[in-house]
Design a protein around this ligand. Structure first.
Ligand code: DOR
Length: 454
């Protein structure tokens, strides 16, 4: 019930006035009123407010949710930390992130998760949830761990990428899938094949061989195995950073159980050009591949066979990236550039703004069962990303907030830019500057997902 503020009094904490509001039902000019962190009206013409954001000429999107970031804290803060990572997020128009468990220590237990939540308190600029890593040491407890507040779900690395988290054995994988019911997020690369083929990279020392070492079958075999196990166990999956045309074809017949993430890196960069231009800066797992894969990802994305876009923000320092390949670590930053890069694709006509919003807001909310986020709806969290579709800007390393201090898109000119970020009614970014203080809170999930901890 609304008392001193709200519909009855037509006075809000925050009013976003005059923007083109993008909803799944369609777009149109509207004023949005926010009270106590929630949207209370999307038809708020004539309302007053403590704070008014003028959105004329701008598009108002539901807050962008990036469900794959590595913020490296604890243990690897020379690459990234929760404050800088989330600051980059809001500068890039992102309002919530899900953080990955390959930190040091790994996020495997209740204590590890609670320490991350405590470390994010009053330091996170956006809302945040944390994955628990699925492994042989905690497989039996995952049912209880995945239900903890602030947990985004379980993440499994089938192939080693960066850090020590690995579950490559079928017995362990099946135990993980049998213990719990939330959707399991999977890095699908086949560890045995990666080991077998590492000599390719070692022999050449040439990063252009990265997609040859970690080839199509490395990804496809792992995806096929885990999808088969999901069918046997009835467990829903989310396949992260799908990178091959072959996996896209396979996953088309598993839509009821298996959701799909693709990355702006895989949609934007292309082999071998990216390796020739960027060297090991473009090295990531699964690799950026040749044009035919990029085309297949775009086709799937346009045809509704992709559910989410995540950045896989995976920062390493320039010094680390400068080591000779393959000692150079895999991963590129991306949380801050996700939206500008994708808005540029919108401007180039590669996807509609509506489709982008489905992939960055409604998609993550549906796939992960996020409570009261993911669309501009009365009663939902007032998470809004304001963008100027006409702004022409250049992405530069100087703009990047990440501790690592670089982006693979340095020097890229884009059309479309996030100009304001609002999280639960708080304006935290305007015109490339953060404002106020870090308001981030743990993301909440639908109660139906929760199983009472024993
Ligand atoms: O390239 C990658 N780097 N892929 C991953 O899955 C992990 C990540 C990292 O943590 O650096």
């Amino acid at each position: 019930m609304l008392t001193s503020k709200g519909a009855a009094s037509r006075h809000a904490d925050l009013l976003v006035r005059g923007g083109t509001v993008v909803r799944l039902e369609g777009s149109g000019q509207a004023d949005i009123a926010c009270v106590d962190g929630r949207i209370v009206s999307i038809d708020a013409r004539g309302w007053s407010a403590d704070q008014v954001v003028d959105a004329h000429g701008l598009h108002v999107l539901p807050g962008v949710i990036d469900s794959q970031v590595h913020f490296r804290e604890p243990g690897l803060e020379h690459k990234e930390n929760l404050e800088a990572g989330t600051r980059g997020a809001v500068l890039g128009g992102v309002t919530a992130v899900f953080e990955m468990p390959n930190t040091s220590p790994l996020t495997l237990r209740r204590d590890d998760l609670e320490r991350k939540i405590a470390a994010a308190s009053r330091r996170a600029w956006c809302d945040i949830a944390f994955y628990i890593g699925g492994s042989s040491v905690n497989a039996g407890e995952l049912r209880y761990l995945e239900a903890l507040p602030g947990c985004a779900g379980i993440k499994v690395f089938m192939g080693s990428s960066f850090g020590d988290l690995l579950a490559d054995d079928d017995v362990v994988l099946r135990r993980i899938l049998e213990h719990g019911r939330r959707r399991v997020a999977v890095h699908a690369e086949d560890e045995a094949r990666l080991r077998e083929r590492r000599s390719i990279a070692e022999a050449s020392g040439d990063v252009r061989d990265h997609p040859r070492w970690r080839d199509v079958d490395s990804a496809l075999n792992a995806t096929r195995r885990i999808v088969g196990m999901a069918r046997e166990t009835g467990r829903p999956l989310h396949i992260l950073h799908v990178s091959t045309a072959e996996e896209i074809a396979l996953l088309a017949s598993h839509r009821s159980r298996v959701t799909v993430e693709v990355l702006p890196h895989h949609l934007t960069l292309c082999a071998p050009e990216c390796y020739e231009r960027l060297g090991t800066l473009a090295q990531m797992n699964p690799p950026v591949r040749e044009a035919r894969h990029r085309e297949a990802l775009w086709r799937a994305l346009r045809e509704g066979r992709v559910d989410t876009l995540g950045s896989d923000h995976a920062p390493h320092t320039l010094e680390e990236k400068g080591r000779p390949y393959p000692q150079s670590p895999s991963g590129m930053p991306g949380v801050q550039t996700l939206l500008p890069v994708m808005l540029d694709h919108v401007s180039e006509g590669r996807l509609s703004l509506q489709r982008l919003v489905e992939l960055t807001s409604a998609g993550p909310a549906r796939v992960f069962g996020i409570a009261e986020k993911g669309s501009i709806t009365v009663g939902y969290d007032a998470d809004l990303t304001l963008v100027d579709l006409k702004a022409r800007r250049e992405i530069t390393n100087r703009w990047i907030a990440s501790v690592c201090g670089w982006t693979p898109y340095d020097g890229m000119r884009v059309t479309g830019w996030p100009v304001a970020t609002i999280i639960r009614g708080c304006l935290v970014m305007r015109d490339d500057a953060v404002q106020g203080y870090p308001v981030g809170q743990p993301v909440r999930f639908d109660r139906a997902m929760a199983i009472t901890p024993a």
